[in-house]
Design a protein around this ligand. Structure first.
Ligand SMILES: [Zn+2]
Length: 131
């Protein structure tokens, strides 16, 4: 596969738009979210998605500084995407074992989102996702 500038590799810091979306999803007063927010500075890219979309699996590299969060269910947060080009989709944040594990972006159309849109194109849902 050709390597393009902007591709993320395992171990990389999160791309800035993905980090902004993650931060927005966690900016809610819900059980365990303070602990999840404390993991964000230690979150790195652990992998991508084979379909060509911009979804990222996450790894928290220093769990000693960012203990597991007491959260119920996964995904723990979600939002809607209305991209600058008019495409619609959604974002989901998954947690495994109390640690940030997967930041998903999906499109409601055939073409996946190959890049994270600026955070102002994401509307965070204030309701907790159905587990
Ligand atoms: Zn995908």
């Amino acid at each position: 596969m050709p390597h393009e500038p902007g591709d993320t590799e395992p171990g990389d810091a999160l791309p800035s738009h993905a980090l902004a979306v993650l931060t927005a999803l966690l900016a809610q007063d819900r059980p365990g979210f303070a602990a999840l927010r404390a993991q964000v500075p230690y979150a790195r890219v652990a992998g991508g998605c084979g379909c060509g979309c911009a979804s990222l699996s996450l790894a928290v590299v220093d769990p000693a500084n960012a203990p597991a969060a007491e959260v119920v269910g996964s995904p723990v947060a979600e939002g809607d995407v209305l991209a600058p080009d008019g495409r619609c989709g959604g974002v989901l944040l998954f947690v495994a074992g109390g640690m940030l594990s997967y930041l998903e972006i999906h499109s409601y159309e055939e073409e996946p989102f190959a890049a994270w849109p600026p955070v102002e194109h994401v509307t965070v849902s204030r309701a907790a996702p159905a587990a």
